[in-house]
Design a protein around this ligand. Structure first.
Ligand SMILES: O=C(O)CCC(=O)C1=CC=C[C@@H](O)[C@@H]1C(=O)O
Ligand SMILES: [Mg+2]
Length: 359
């Protein structure tokens, strides 16, 4: 891996011929959705997943395409560990549903709880976190607000949640300045909650700005939104902050890129948010990447288990109109990658600097 690497970019006909578009249902509403659509690409190195959320624009989505192409045409860098610890993820469900949601992940040592959901209150968040604590008294507990609080709300909410023992709070408020402000206010109040940056890394024009601004104690990194495993590894190295690898609510195909990233990081101090296969009611592979004893396996088994089954691809294929929508999105995102580096786009081999930036 180096800054002068030029990523592979197949031409459009090759990509279109390699595409399968699927829709799989979730077991529980997450991020406002109950099903997930993905365009899967089969290349010479395996499978890649192109599944930017439906509302994302082409510039942002093009990084997801770079990630899918990396997985399918280049493969993943060598792992430095054989398995990756994962956390359970609890969507913004009523406290009463927490035991059932946790059960789907099997035994885990860390749990991430979604908080600050629109239409819910701090009392709902406290109830959900308390319910997790009741089921798992010793688990490392983190919360993720997805930037849903204002600075005063974040300080108030984290003051109420801190007694449950928080490993960190992920993106409590939007933006880099907001994170820095919350961090400073918590410190001044003696509320010892570490701050993790997620959207401030993955949706920013410059993913390193958060680290330079001293706005977070750690960063959350996701392979697809950052433009692939190699680009994410570069960002972590340059940020110089501890990193948590997390999923983008992918099928097992996309999860494999997350596991490959976590497996290749020199340090992995936190359990990863890669257990979200447990939130899918169905997957496209026969043996889905769901946590086993709190871990996901890396290496050769990962590649084997992230190979879609043709019968499942057929069963979960979207209707013609949705396929057209995804193929058009693929075309536009391909054009963005080509425009970013006009030398790319008709070749299938790497030769010099690609220069596409992740956010
Ligand atoms: O990190 C986890 O435990 C699971 C993944 C996860 O929370 C997310 C996946 C996809 C989209 C995001 O809104 C969300 C996140 O904010 O981290
Ligand atoms: Mg997050």
């Amino acid at each position: 891996m180096s800054c002068t690497r030029r990523p592979v970019l197949p031409d459009l006909p090759e990509l279109e011929a390699a595409a399968a578009v699927v829709r799989v249902p979730l077991t529980v509403r997450f991020r406002g959705v109950t099903e997930r659509e993905a365009l899967l690409l089969r290349g010479p190195a395996g499978w890649g997943e192109f599944a930017p959320f439906l509302e994302y624009d082409d510039a942002e989505s093009s990084r997801w395409l770079a990630s899918a192409v990396e997985a399918a045409w280049e493969g993943f860098p060598a792992p430095v560990r054989e398995r990756v610890p994962v956390n359970a993820t609890v969507p913004a469900v009523p406290a009463g549903r927490v035991p059932e949601v946790l059960a789907a992940f099997g035994p885990v040592t860390a749990v991430k709880v979604k908080v600050a959901e629109a239409g819910q209150s701090i009392a709902d968040d406290v109830g959900r976190v308390a319910a997790v604590r009741e089921v798992l008294p010793d688990a490392a507990l983190r919360v993720d607000a997805n930037g849903g609080w204002s600075v005063p709300e974040a300080v108030e909410a984290l003051g109420q949640l801190e007694p449950f023992g928080l490993e960190y709070a992920e993106q409590p408020v939007p933006g880099i300045n907001g994170l820095a402000e919350v961090r400073a206010l918590l410190e001044a109040r003696g509320t010892p909650v570490r701050i993790a940056a997620d959207e401030a890394v993955r949706k920013a024009e410059d993913p390193l700005r958060v680290a330079r601004a001293g706005a977070a104690d750690l960063i959350v990194v996701k392979a697809a939104p950052l433009g692939g495993v190699r680009r994410a590894l570069e960002i972590v190295r340059e940020a110089g902050l501890p990193a948590v690898v997390s999923s983008a609510l992918d099928t097992s195909v996309g999860l494999a890129a997350g596991v490959a990233l976590a497996a290749a990081l020199p340090q992995l101090p936190y359990a990863c948010g890669l257990g979200t296969g447990a939130l899918l009611a169905h997957d496209v592979v026969r043996s889905p990447l769901v946590p086993e004893g709190g871990y996901l396996r890396a290496g050769a088994e990962l590649i084997r288990r992230s190979e879609p089954d043709p019968e499942l691809l057929a069963r979960f294929a979207v209707e013609a109109e949705r396929r057209t929508w995804w193929i058009e999105r693929l075309r536009r995102c391909h054009a963005v990658l080509v425009a970013r580096d006009p030398g790319r786009g008709g070749e299938s081999r790497a030769d010099s600097d690609g220069g596409h930036t992740g956010t």
